[in-house]
Design a protein around this ligand. Structure first.
Ligand code: SDX
Length: 438
């Protein structure tokens, strides 16, 4: 693979302090594609000022070779391959290999990788007992935060982040075991026995087997569901420096072990502004109930005094289309038709999308359906409860998280992430003993 060159040209920006007339010259770095960056690492030393960008709307946190998004074009590519081609022609495990190692595998390399993952799918038997501490009605994401956080208590032999072999073992363990833990979480909340993984099934077939098989009878995985599951996993695999990936990178910058870092990513993904949106979309569609109530909710979404937002709409980066939403929209039709499911939610979602995209408020703000808008409809048709939707997102995103973590650890001179602030609190003041306070 041609090594992308980081073009360090003599390009610069000059920043001038209008009060003093002093100027500083800041280097510009160009990437392979996308916006160039102004390197501000010397800014504080040269000016005594920090930059201020609380939700990182204009801040690049790292260099990366994994994923590139063009928000205007609606382009998403992993290591240069578009998401459309990958969902059409690849498999989730091959995309995992691509993200981890940088290029599409040869047949023999893929078979070795697939075997490695397959033979890591079982979890330590002691982990079964962790589940018993949770109530059966616990939210599956709460269970996953706890269970994945506990993994580092089991794999002491792969916690040395500076050992490439241990990094690789941890990455394989996480990619292989998170689906098993996710399926166990689902079974636990259903009050059903855990199903052990099967080595004769593909990644997505095995996941569906562990979720839906029951001990008293054989279970045959529906190939339509397995194909849809694999496609959904590919669409959720990685997405540049989103909130949960940035959480994983920041946790990893302290040299925390990869299991703890992935647990932090799961916690961040849970929020309804992020991965929790897929559950929130179905809850919103249920609350709307009938098509005639759509205008009422559109009006609420536009009302600044109403905290209600149209879940599954909008994106920090995509400003014309989320390519993943388009793939999922067509996949929703295919899966529901294949399953003979006539879900009024799909009609409702399409009507909501149509009305919203004709509304000036949404057009002006470039708010379009994102990856979460249609995914829940497919997952519901597949038999998952809404509370499991974000867990499924986490199963897929574990591949992106661990690939981004590995890329960061392999960068020379890892430095801990430590943002600064604009302090607006009280000036220094003396302590007043309780008896003297007014
Ligand atoms: C994911 O980062 C990623 O890549 C995330 C993700 C990934 O793969 O990792 O793509 C996955 O998280 C997808 C997003 C899922 N979240 C939702 O669907 C929740 C609903 N969407 C919003 O909360 C919102 O759109 C965000 C959080 C997704 C993006 O928020 P931004 O970029 O901070 O935008 P903003 O809040 O500044 O909104 C800009 C304007 C505001 O109006 P004004 O103040 O300019 O008048 O658009 C409005 C917002 O009020 N707006 C919405 C809206 N989203 C933004 N108004 C109504 N409904 C919405 N959904």
């Amino acid at each position: 693979m041609a090594k992308e060159q980081e073009h360090v040209d003599e390009k610069t920006f000059t920043l001038t302090n209008d009060q003093t007339g002093e100027s500083v010259r800041l280097p510009v770095k160009d990437g392979t594609c996308g916006p160039s960056v102004i390197d501000i690492r010397s800014l504080y030393a040269q000016t005594g000022h920090f930059t201020f960008d609380p939700s990182f709307t204009a801040t690049g946190s790292c260099k990366s070779r994994l994923t590139y998004i063009d928000g205007e074009e609606g382009l998403l590519m992993h290591r240069g391959y578009t998401i459309e081609e990958l969902t059409e022609q690849s498999s989730f495990l091959e995309v995992a290999y691509l993200l981890l190692y940088g290029d599409l595998p040869s047949e023999s390399d893929f078979k070795a990788f697939e075997r490695n993952i397959t033979y890591h799918t079982m979890v330590h038997e002691q982990i079964n007992y962790f589940y018993r501490g949770f109530r059966r009605d616990a939210h599956p994401m709460a269970v996953m935060c706890g269970i994945v956080g506990a993994l580092s208590a089991f794999y002491h032999d792969s916690l040395d982040i500076w050992d490439p072999q241990q990094r690789e073992v941890s990455a394989h363990r996480l990619i292989a075991k998170i689906p098993t833990l996710a399926a166990m979480t689902y079974k636990y909340t259903m009050g059903q026995p855990f199903m052990y993984p099967r080595n004769d099934l593909s990644f997505s077939e095995n996941f569906l087997y562990m979720c839906f098989a029951l001990p008293p009878e054989p279970y045959k995985v529906n190939p339509v569901l397995a194909n849809a599951m694999d496609k959904i996993f590919i669409l959720h695999a990685d997405h540049e420096q989103n909130a949960s990936t940035s959480t994983v990178r920041l946790a990893g910058s302290s040299q925390a072990n990869p299991f703890a870092c992935i647990a932090s990513g799961i916690a961040s993904l849970w929020g309804p502004s992020h991965g929790g949106a897929n559950q929130a979309v179905l809850e919103m569609l249920s609350e709307i109930g009938t098509k005639d109530r759509i205008p009422e909710f559109i009006a609420r979404a536009k009302d600044k005094d109403d905290p209600f937002r149209l879940m599954g709409f909008g994106h920090r980066v995509y400003k014309n289309r989320d390519p993943r939403a388009e793939v999922l929209k067509s996949s929703a039709h295919e899966v529901l038709a294949d399953l003979g499911v006539n879900d009024p939610m799909l009609e409702m979602a399409m009507e909501l999308e149509k009305i919203a995209l004709e509304d000036e408020y949404f057009i002006e703000r470039k708010l379009f359906p994102n990856v979460d808008f249609y995914s829940g409809i497919i997952l519901r048709a597949m038999g998952f409860p809404t509370s499991m939707f974000t867990v499924l997102f986490a199963v897929a995103r574990t591949v992106g998280w661990i690939s981004q973590w590995k890329e960061m650890i392999e960068e020379p001179a890892l430095k801990i992430g430590r943002p600064r602030q604009l302090y607006i609190g009280p000036q220094k003041r003396p302590y007043i003993p309780m008896k003297d306070r007014k």
